[in-house]
Structure formats: structure tokens, C-alpha cells
Design a protein around this ligand. Structure first.
Ligand SMILES: Nc1nc2c(c(=O)[nH]1)N[C@H]1C(S)=C(S)[C@@H](COP(=O)(O)O)O[C@H]1N2
Ligand SMILES: [Mo]
Length: 150
């Protein structure tokens, strides 16, 4: 199956569907990562692509950019074609907070991901499990309910 693009959706003023070509047109970052897989041991890869932060900031999350506190309630849900998914917080990648250099990679080991779809790359992670491949959707959500117990 040919890759149909990554849908940026949720609480965004400019939702979009981006192809791997679109990602290659943004400012590129390059990283070498090594991570450990619980089942296949140490894995090493090279990735290039835009920062996840740059891609999502362009889509205009529904917070007031001038208010740092307003960003803290936002989640980022990343889903692969096989249903594997993981959550990040907005603050994890925001330069005013965690500033993690997370990529939405468009190439792996010098091969474009045109057919497979982009891959999440988290150089700070020791484990490989959040390096989600074949990403089909990224949802930004500012409405996580913080219920009180009882
Ligand atoms: N879509 C998707 N991505 C995934 C997974 C998965 O099951 N589905 N497994 C993760 C896990 S557990 C690991 S360790 C790495 C392994 O990546 P590699 O085989 O390319 O080294 O992919 C991650 N990305
Ligand atoms: Mo893994």
C-alpha cells in the first residue's frame, strides 16, 4: 500500500495532511541514534527530517503562544499504520520546557520513507518503543480531563 500522508488533526487552527515529500521540504535535522529493543537488542540508525515541534507549531495548536502555562495541558498522540501509538506532552518538545530534539523523520539510513511513512525519532529515549514507524496520524489535544478522584 502506498503511503497516504500523515494527518495532523485535533486542536489545531491549521490541520493538514503531509506527505514525506512535504516533510523533506522543511528545514532538515540529522541525527544518529542507538536504542535498545526489549526483543531484538541494540539497534542503530541515522535519520533526517524536520523537528516535530516545527511541524506542529506550523499547524497552530489552540493555545495562546504568549502564555507558557497555557501550553502545559496539550498532549501529542502519535499513531502508526499498525495501530502502535504513544503520547508525548507538548512541554516535552517545547523549547521553553523539555526542548527534546524529537524528529518527524523523512529518511532512515539514507533511504527516503516515501512508501513506509515518517518515523518518530527521540534521541533522548534509551528504549526504541516510541520510535513509531509508518506514522499515519498525529493528534494534538488540549482537553485532557484532569478529574479529581472520588
Ligand atoms: N509502527 C510501529 N513502530 C514501531 C514499533 C511497532 O510495533 N510499530 N515497535 C517499536 C519498537 S518496540 C522498537 S524497538 C523499534 C525498532 O525499530 P527498528 O526495528 O527499526 O530498529 O521500532 C519501534 N517502532
Ligand atoms: Mo522494541
Amino acid at each position: 500500500m502506498t503511503y497516504a500522508g500523515v494527518a495532523l488533526h485535533g486542536d489545531l487552527a491549521r490541520p493538514a495532511r503531509l506527505s514525506v515529500r512535504d516533510l523533506l521540504g522543511l528545514p532538515q535535522h540529522r541525527v544518529r541514534v542507538g536504542f535498545e529493543c526489549g526483543t531484538s537488542g541494540i539497534r542503530r540508525h541515522r535519520f533526517t527530517g524536520p523537528l516535530l515541534y516545527d511541524v506542529l507549531a506550523d499547524a497552530r495548536p489552540g493555545f495562546d503562544p504568549a502564555q507558557r502555562k497555557d501550553r502545559l495541558r496539550f498532549l501529542i498522540a502519535v499513531t502508526g499504520a499498525d495501530g502502535h501509538h504513544a503520547l508525548l506532552s507538548w512541554a516535552e518538545i517545547d523549547p521553553d520546557f523539555g526542548h527534546a530534539p524529537v524528529l518527524l523523520a523523512a529518511t532512515i539510513d539514507d533511504t527516503p520513507l516515501d512508501r513506509a511513512g515518517p518515523q518518530l525519532v527521540l534521541p533522548q529515549d534509551r528504549c526504541g518503543a516510541r520510535h513509531i514507524s509508518g506514522i499515519t496520524a498525529i493528534r494534538v489535544d488540549g482537553d485532557y480531563p484532569c478529574r479529581r478522584p472520588g
